[in-house]
Write a protein that binds this ligand. Structure first.
Ligand SMILES: [Zn+2]
Ligand SMILES: [Zn+2]
Length: 139
């Protein structure tokens, strides 16, 4: 994804493009696995301010640019929710993969979740599918 594409994404989501937001989005685009708060703080260079980073993540979550993924320790990590076309509404409907060796979590964008409507009087608002095993780097 080009720099222009990143800027289009921020614009389509109604976000002002700041050096920090561009860097944050780029960081997600370049990472093969989801990122923890700590990963992000270590890698970001445009700010070291915890609050700025926290707010940036919250804004990206609200705008649907990223989503949360639970790791093996039940700690949240963050990953991109990117549609080909910046104008399309982001949908999070894929499975996640947890590597038992490097403990990274990965988005399996091709593995779509089945869509459940109401089941026997239960109203479904969220579903998760987590696969575990060894990632290509750890096999
Ligand atoms: Zn691994
Ligand atoms: Zn994901």
């Amino acid at each position: 994804m080009t720099k222009q594409h990143i800027q289009d994404y921020l614009k389509a989501r109604g976000l002002r493009k700041t050096a920090f937001r561009i860097e944050l989005l780029k960081l997600f685009l370049e990472s093969k696995h989801s990122l923890s708060h700590q990963d992000i703080r270590r890698k970001i260079t445009s700010t070291q301010d915890k609050v700025t980073i926290y707010r940036g993540l919250t804004t990206f979550l609200e705008k649907g640019l990223i989503h949360k993924v639970l790791d093996a320790n039940q700690v949240f990590r963050y990953a991109l929710t990117i549609e080909e076309n910046p104008e399309d509404a982001p949908k999070h409907n894929h499975a996640h993969f947890l590597c038992k060796e490097c403990h990274n979590t990965f988005c399996l964008y091709e593995v779509k979740l089945p869509e459940y409507k109401d089941v026997d009087g239960f109203q479904v608002i969220n579903s998760k599918l987590t696969l575990e095993g060894y990632c290509p780097d750890c096999i």
